[in-house]
Design a protein around this ligand. Structure first.
Ligand SMILES: [Fe+2]
Length: 216
């Protein structure tokens, strides 16, 4: 079971984003919140993400650590009250990788640091056949890519450089609690999973709360 997210002190603690005076991220959340419910939310958020990642990097080093005993670190930075906008920072150390998985919601990704390799897979949406690798590409800092919500749209991500790879992920749902599917090569089967977040094990709150973002 995923440990609960740490909460700021009752009623008094500011979100880490405000303590870091991270106005670029706050403004990004405001703009993405305005776009999140629109039919073209994914493309609008992708455009906003392209602008953000030209300058923004995570200023709080606590959200850049690997998570012990996990395949990689995945920190929840923001979750809207209606869960239609979810922003996550993933940290892949050397040799770390995510198993091929689907998302079941729209996604926008941006590499912030290091180098990531993403492999895209095709599978039937009823998952009646194994995933077939369709494309492998490197993601450099500043590059933005997207993924679709279809059950058969899978990808696998790994650190492709010798050091750390950091990327920003924006989703149209609370990705940490969605029951999704990943491909287990050992079982030759799709298996259900919920990814959770690293905030609980790391004792960190959500980086920016809706109250501090002004999006309540
Ligand atoms: Fe993913």
């Amino acid at each position: 079971m995923t440990p609960p997210l740490a909460q700021p002190d009752a009623g008094t603690a500011l979100s880490p984003a405000l303590l870091a005076r991270d106005s670029r991220f706050v403004d990004f959340v405001t703009a993405c919140s305005a776009a999140a419910g629109a039919p073209d939310a994914q493309s609008r958020v992708a455009d906003l993400t392209c602008d953000l990642v030209q300058h923004w990097r995570m200023p709080d080093p606590r959200y850049l650590r690997c998570q012990p005993d996990a395949a990689y670190g995945s920190y929840l930075l923001y979750l809207s009250p209606s869960a239609n906008l979810c922003i996550v920072l993933d940290v892949f150390m050397d040799q770390q990788a995510a198993i091929a998985h689907n998302h079941l919601c729209w996604c926008v990704f941006a590499c912030l640091e290091g180098l990531e390799r993403e492999t895209l897979f095709d599978a039937p949406d009823d998952l009646s056949a194994p995933p077939a690798a369709a494309l492998s590409r490197l993601r450099h800092p500043g590059e933005v890519t997207i993924a679709e919500a279809a059950p058969g749209a899978l990808h696998q991500v790994e650190c492709a450089s010798g050091d750390r790879a950091v990327s920003l992920h924006i989703y149209g749902a609370d990705i940490g609690t969605l029951e999704r599917r990943m491909w287990s090569a050992a079982d030759a089967a799709y298996v259900p999973f919920r990814s959770g977040y690293s905030n609980g094990p790391a004792g960190l709150p959500v980086y920016l709360s809706p109250a501090d973002a002004g999006t309540v």
